[in-house]
Design a protein around this ligand. Structure first.
Ligand code: PMP
Length: 297
């Protein structure tokens, strides 16, 4: 069954037949960067922000993206048009070091490999949004920024995968990670917010985390719906005083967290601040993405 359209260096095929050479340093060493996007009304949401972050991630590992934004966007459109997707799309962009040899030397690699994967976006069920999810505080520490900086959205995802494996083993839907100082940084694949005294608080970049596109967008939504939001160093002790919690990401938007390590958060149901931000997020998305993509109109 054709499940996704995959574009490898400009050639589109399906999930079963798309391949990259084993000597690609993306495969050998996780040397590459990526972005995850989704569409609303079949338009990639906040595409420029994702391009900017992709370029920043690439620069941080000494990699140049071999396409301009316009050419990249056209390639995404062509891949989406070929994808077996009736509704909204999940889009993953990957750029790796390219095909080299068994050596860390980037000089031995040719052109970077550019991959675009488009598959159906899996919407979070309304019931999950209404109930909220359970998360764990992971025993896996987030990468030290002086080792592999979490600000780099790299294909080197073992740190995240190990934390999430722990969450899955414990029946949870996400893993909250601490940094080397014991402060919370972020979750395995989302940013973390805690609500206390009516304020939405999230760890600062110095805690060692990915600057989430959704995290930034939520700050704008917070201003428009009148919720105070700020960066704050958060530790284990803060969990006990939290009235609400939520996570943010491109695919999960603003998603309430109602259980941490098996214990209910606040009243054990999504709270008013989280709901205001989740509703405000959707309202803003609807304003920005009212027009369907031209090819779909
Ligand atoms: N942190 C990590 C580690 C992630 O993988 C993601 C998902 N891309 C996020 C945060 C959320 O980022 P965004 O809002 O840009 O999707």
């Amino acid at each position: 069954m054709q499940y996704a359209a995959v574009n490898v260096n400009g050639r589109i095929s399906d999930a079963a037949t798309a391949v990259v050479p084993v000597f690609d340093h993306g495969f050998l060493y996780g040397e590459g960067v990526y972005e995850t996007l989704r569409t609303y009304n079949r338009r990639p949401f906040l595409l420029e922000r994702h391009f900017d972050r992709l370029r920043a991630s690439a620069a941080a590992i000494g990699l140049t993206i071999p396409l301009g934004d316009r050419e990249f966007a056209e390639r995404i459109d062509a891949t989406a048009a070929a994808a077996p997707v009736a509704g909204e799309c999940y889009i993953r962009l990957l750029v790796t070091r390219g095909v080299g040899d068994l050596s860390y030397d980037p000089e031995v690699c040719g052109e970077p490999t550019v991959i675009i994967i488009v598959k159906p976006h899996a919407e979070t069920p309304a019931e999950t949004r209404a109930r909220g999810i359970g998360i764990i505080v992971s025993s896996v520490m987030r990468n030290h920024p002086a080792a592999v900086d979490p600000r780099i959205k790299s294909n080197n995802l073992l740190n995240n995968a190990l934390a999430m494996q722990e969450a899955l083993r414990r029946g949870a839907k996400e893993a909250l990670m601490r940094n080397h100082r014991g402060e919370f940084s972020e979750c395995s694949q989302s940013n973390f917010f805690l609500v206390s005294g009516g304020e939405a608080l999230t760890p600062p970049l110095e805690a060692g985390l990915l600057e989430g596109v959704t995290r930034d967008f939520v700050f704008k939504v917070a201003r428009s719906v009148g919720v105070p939001a700020r960066y704050a160093v958060l530790r284990d002790a803060d969990l006990a005083h939290a009235d609400e919690m939520f996570i943010t990401s491109t695919t999960r938007e603003v998603l309430p967290v109602t259980v941490v390590d098996g214990r209910p958060v606040g009243a054990g149901a999504p709270g008013p601040v989280t709901r205001a931000l989740a509703d405000g997020f959707r309202a803003r998305v609807n304003e920005l993405c009212r027009e369907p993509a031209r090819s779909q109109a």
